[in-house]
Ligand binder design. Structure first.
Ligand code: GLU
Length: 414
């Protein structure tokens, strides 16, 4: 079994290349990151001891605009994962047609074990080590797994301090008080919900008849649950890293949220029964929503999926082997590079606002996000129907066309 996420990303590109108009020679350029950087960050812990953390930034491609992508704090962060995530960012930005390339960063750390003070200095250390590589016109980080608006504010502060320039546009996903954008915190889920509603419309399905299971209850998963509940979609199961909760009558995300805030995880939640994390994928629901980490739908559990749709809110949740099985079984996969592109789309809006120093209303953000997501959805959906290919292949083929043209116009082959 091959679950190397970077190789999976390369296979996804290969599987779509023949449906694009791109010269096969240029495809080679799109499969490799342009720059891969690993740094060691020494941190003086609160107890006076020094620990060394590994930090990464991978810049995949910047032919369509500055490198763009999140910063992940997780104990399992490694180079192949960051390379995959950076690759997906390039294709994601092209999918929703925003003028960015792709990048990703990470630190191999369990942030739950660090104090606020330690986390702040670790974040400053990452900026310090990578200062020359990031910047408002070069590479713009953002939140990802276990980083948040506070982390972004620390990045802006350290970058501004070193450069002696107030530099809000060096990072997106900042707090509102620090020139963040309205709607950024819920943007990933909101964008995925817009895509889902267009999909249901295209399939003539009524949201009120739909049931879902959500794997992951962080920023994206919890906000997704909230939005779907509001639209009367029944949430039969949710999982976080510690527990999976099922209730055939439906779960109330507000109540789950409150419980998680109090108890840190969903473990012990009583208004539903606890099932194993693998049982979630076997449930009789209409849609499975992976909203946490990569490689959760594999060749081992794909065959058990009864849902007719997988909405990939996480990055890289399905392996290529799983994709083949799902396609054979008639399951529609709404691919990550479309489904979760709402986050980076509102990041782009934040960056535009920072640079123009003029701030938009909530309504303006929502309307612009909805427009971006639904037009990307229809381009991909129609292309996949016309060519009889999966939505992932369609999304990659259309993105390859855009990136490939940018590469060619800039003269890589000259
Ligand atoms: N980490 C998010 C993603 O994977 C957001 C990236 C961004 O806003 O730059 O899409």
């Amino acid at each position: 079994m091959n679950n190397n996420p970077f190789e999976n990303a390369q296979r996804q590109i290969d599987s779509a290349a023949k449906y694009s108009d791109c010269d096969q020679e240029i495809i080679k350029v799109l499969k490799e990151p342009e720059r891969v950087v690993e740094v060691s960050i020494p941190l003086e812990m609160d107890n006076g001891k020094i620990r060394i953390f590994k930090g990464f930034r991978v810049q995949h491609n910047n032919y369509r605009g500055p490198y763009k992508g999140g910063l992940r704090y997780h104990p399992d962060v490694n180079l192949d994962e960051v390379k995959a995530l950076a690759t997906w960012m390039t294709f994601k930005c092209a999918t929703v047609d925003i003028p960015y390339g792709g990048a990703k960063g990470g630190i191999a750390v369990n942030p739950k074990e660090l104090s606020e003070h330690e986390l702040k200095h670790l974040t400053h250390g990452w900026v310090n080590k990578l200062f020359e590589l990031i910047g408002p016109d070069t590479d713009i980080p953002a939140p990802d797994v276990y980083t948040n608006a506070q982390t972004m504010s620390w990045i802006m502060d350290e970058y501004s301090r070193i450069s002696r320039k107030h530099s809000p546009a060096v990072v997106t996903g900042k707090p509102l008080e620090n020139e963040g954008s309205l709607g950024r915190d819920t943007a990933t889920a909101q964008g995925a919900a817009y895509v889902l509603f267009e999909y249901l419309k295209a399939k003539s399905l009524n949201p009120q008849d739909i049931t879902v299971a959500i794997q992951g209850f962080g920023n994206a998963g919890a906000n997704m649950a909230d939005i779907l509940f509001h639209h009367k979609i029944k949430i039969l199961a949710v999982a976080d890293s510690k527990a999976t909760i099922y209730n055939k009558e439906g779960l109330d995300p507000h109540d789950l949220d409150e419980y998680k805030r109090k108890h840190v995880s969903l473990l012990g939640y009583k208004k539903g029964k606890e099932i194993s994390s693998q049982e979630l994928f076997k449930l009789n629901v209409n849609i499975i929503i992976p909203a946490a980490l990569e490689n959760v739908i594999t060749k081992d559990n794909a065959k058990d999926i009864k849902a007719k749709c997988v909405l990939e809110v996480a990055n890289g949740p399905s392996t290529p082997e799983a994709d083949t099985i799902l396609t054979k079984n008639g399951v529609d996969v709404i691919p990550d590079i479309l489904a979760n592109a709402g986050g980076v789309t509102v990041s782009y809006f934040e960056w535009v606002q920072n640079r123009s120093r003029f701030y938009w209303t909530q309504e303006e953000i929502e309307q612009k996000l909805a427009q971006k997501m639904s037009s990307a959805f229809y381009d991909i959906y129609n292309f996949s129907v016309n060519k009889n290919i999966t939505m992932r292949q369609a999304a990659y083929a259309l993105a390859i066309n855009r990136i490939g043209k940018a590469v060619k116009n800039r003269g890589i082959l000259n």
